[in-house]
Design a protein around this ligand. Structure first.
Ligand code: NAD
Length: 294
C-alpha cells in the first residue's frame, strides 16, 4: 500500500486546530501531545472531574520537562493555555480534526459521534481512537462517513511513537491524509491499516492477553509471568500492562475481539480480568488491578 509520507503529500491543508472527546487516560494524553507540538486543542468531557484529571496529567508531564531543564515555566504556561477544557461543543465548528476517545463501547461511541457531527463543519475530519471497534461499523452512525477514520494512539500517548490510521469502507483519501498529517505533526509515526476488529496491533496483542488468561486459569502466578516476560526483554509483563491500559477498557476490547473472531478469540471460561472488572478493580486508574497502587 501507500506509505504514510505519500498520504501526507496529499493533505491539502495542515492541521491548525484540533479537539478531543474524552479527557481520560488517552484523551488527556492526546491533548497534552497536541498542545506540546503546537496544535491548540479543545478537550471535551461529560464531567468536570474528567477534565480535571486530563489537565492534571498534562501538568505533570510538563512539570517534568521544566524540572529537567527542557522547557521554561513560560513555555509550560503557553502549552497549558493551548489546552481548552470544555463541557460543551462550543468552538468545534472551527477545528480541522476531532479525535474521539470516550469509553470503548460501540453504543456510546455511535451516540457521541452522531452528536459531534452536528457541531462540526463539512470539512472537519472526525477520527476515533477506538482500540478494537471496526471503523466501518462506527461510521454507520454518521451522515458523512467519508470524513471519518480511525486514529489509534498507544498508551502513554506522549511516549509511544506509533499511530494506526484506519480506513473504513467509506473513508476518503482526504480524511486519511489529514489524519496522517496530524499524527506527523504530533511527532508520531503513522501507519495506514485496513479495517477489522483490533486493526493490526491489537490483532497481535489480544491473543497474547488470551494466552496470559489461559496460563492463569491453568494455575500460573501473574507476578511470575510478569517477571519472566520482563527478563525475556519486554518493558513490562501482561498483568502490569493490563493495569496500565485499564482493566475495564481491556475487558470491553476483549469482548469486541471475541465477537469479531468467535472461532479464535472466544474464551470458554471467565478470565481473571473479567473477575477483576466485576469487582471494580480497573487497574492504575482506580488504584487497584492485578497490583495495588497508592
Ligand atoms: P478512560 O476511561 O480513561 O477515559 C474515558 C473518558 O471518556 C472519561 O473521562 C469519561 O468521562 C469520558 N466520556 C465518556 N462519555 C463521554 C462523552 N459522551 N463525551 C465526552 N467524554 C465522555 O478511557 P481511555 O483509556 O482513555 O480510553 C478511551 C478510548 O481510547 C477507548 O476507546 C479505548 O479503547 C481507547 N484506547 C485506550 C488505550 C489504553 O491503553 N487505555 C489505548 C489505545 C486506545
Amino acid at each position: 500500500g501507500k506509505k504514510a509520507r505519500d498520504w501526507e503529500k496529499k493533505a491539502d491543508r495542515k492541521v491548525a486546530r484540533a479537539a478531543v472527546l474524552g479527557a481520560g487516560i488517552m484523551g488527556g494524553g492526546i491533548a497534552y501531545q497536541s498542545a506540546y507540538k503546537g496544535v491548540p486543542i479543545l478537550m471535551k468531557d461529560i464531567n468536570q472531574e474528567g477534565l480535571d484529571l486530563g489537565l492534571k496529567e498534562a501538568n505533570k508531564l510538563l512539570a517534568k520537562r521544566v524540572d529537567r531543564g527542557r522547557m521554561s515555566a513560560t513555555e509550560m504556561g503557553a502549552v497549558l493555555n493551548s489546552i481548552d477544557p470544555t463541557l460543551t461543543y462550543s468552538g468545534f465548528d472551527a477545528v480541522d480534526i476531532v479525535v474521539e476517545a470516550v469509553v470503548e463501547n460501540a453504543k456510546v461511541k455511535h451516540a457521541v459521534l452522531a452528536e459531534t457531527e452536528k457541531h462540526i463543519s463539512d470539512d472537519t475530519i472526525l477520527a476515533s481512537n477506538t482500540s478494537t471497534i471496526s471503523i466501518t461499523s462506527l461510521a454507520e452512525a454518521l451522515s458523512r462517513p467519508e470524513n471519518f477514520c480511525g486514529m489509534h494512539f498507544f498508551n502513554p500517548v506522549h511516549a509511544m511513537p506509533l499511530v494506526e490510521v484506519i480506513r473504513g469502507e467509506k473513508t476518503s483519501d482526504h480524511a486519511v491524509a489529514r489524519t496522517v498529517a496530524y499524527a506527523n505533526k504530533m511527532g508520531k509515526k503513522a501507519v495506514v491499516v485496513k479495517d477489522c476488529p483490533g486493526f493490526l496491533v491489537n490483532r497481535v496483542l489480544f491473543p497474547y492477553f488470551d494466552g496470559f488468561s489461559k496460563l492463569l486459569r491453568d494455575g500460573a502466578d501473574f507476578q511470575a509471568v510478569d517477571k519472566v516476560m520482563e527478563r525475556w526483554g519486554w518493558p513490562m509483563g501482561p498483568a502490569y500492562l493490563m493495569d496500565v491500559v485499564g482493566i475495564d477498557t481491556g475487558v470491553h476490547a476483549s469482548a469486541v475481539m471475541a465477537e469479531g473472531f468467535p472461532d479464535r478469540m472466544q474464551l470458554d471460561f471467565k478470565s481473571a480480568p473479567e473477575v477483576m472488572f466485576e469487582n471494580q478493580r480497573y487497574g492504575q486508574k482506580n488504584g487497584k488491578g492485578f497490583y495495588a497502587y497508592v
